[in-house]
Design a binder for this molecule. Sequence first.
Ligand SMILES: Cc1ncc(COP(=O)(O)O)c(C=O)c1O
Length: 368
Amino acid sequence: MPPDPAPVSTLPRIPISRPWIGPEEKAAVLEVLDSGMLAEGPRVAAFEEAFSRLTGARHSIATSSGTTALHLAMLAHGIGPGDEVITSPFTFIASVNSILFTGAQPVFADIDEATFNIDPAHIERAITPRTKAIMPVHLYGQPCDMDEISMLARRYGIPIIEDAAQAVGASYRGRAVGSFGTGVFSLYATKNVMTAEGGMITTDDDHVAETARLLRNHGMRKRYQYEMLGYNFRLTDIQAAIGLAQLGRMSESTRRRRLNATFLNGHIESVATPITKEGRDHVWHQYTIRLPEGADRDEAIARLERAGIGTGIFYPLGGHRFPHVREVVGDVSLPITDRVAASVISLPVHPLLEHADLERIVAAVNSL
Ligand SMILES: Cc1ncc(COP(=O)(O)O)c(C=O)c1O
């Protein structure tokens, strides 16, 4: 007989994420609507400047999503058929797809079992004469080991394209993510800074910036003069206005995420809590626990759900496990990613959690 299920909570369900939208965002959107300038305009330019201030990058290029930002970053670095890009298999599929879009080959380096971020030792083994970029992914908002990765990039003369989609505001030894090479951010609705959909490229490289800007808008510098095959990957002023309001409260929302994570770290006893390595300013896009080997994750999630705790699995499978990726990379062995992907559960850590919510989360997890 299976054990009796825990009683269903009568308290409101705590969602895994919740966008923080205040009167500032609403007023900013109405202002743009009233201005009549809806597409890419002055708000987008101001939003790009704000990202350059945040990261210290010379150029910021806003796009329609994190995925299109990654795609443009690849193309602007001249990556195409015959090239290889080293990345993490333990990521959202867009990191991998952006490489595939260009006809290049993703090469997976397995992850560090402590932080779940790409392991520099595995990167070095994956470098070949065809390697045209290293793409670390700052998973859950924790920066990768950028000293080691920057050293490899310098030693082998390979550019870094950071997938900082989940890590806006994070830094490594005081230096902002997105400034170690070309950086890419996602501004999707659940991200720490969001525009509903949107993305941003940051770079110090004039050529990369100029190419990304051209590609974003049909390869067009002068009206209806097309210099190359381009796209419509533009962000709107409506979205940029939301983003500017979001940046205005980023330090408070990050502060709350950190406090929430600290509370969970201090009170969860039954399972492995996240490990933050020294020198990382983690922004806690996700708070991810790891169940012991052999534990029934589906059952754990069902029990948390009955207690009214929303959860997520980021990510249930490594990128190497999907048919469209296998077709290109073949069968690869990434045992750490496979093990980790089978055992993680992310819990709510968002800035709108109340203290009572945190206590409920802790109680539910500790009773697993
Ligand atoms: C690591 C990572 N890369 C890329 C993306 C793609 O961003 P978007 O959803 O804005 O296209 C995401 C979004 O979830 C992500 O988490």
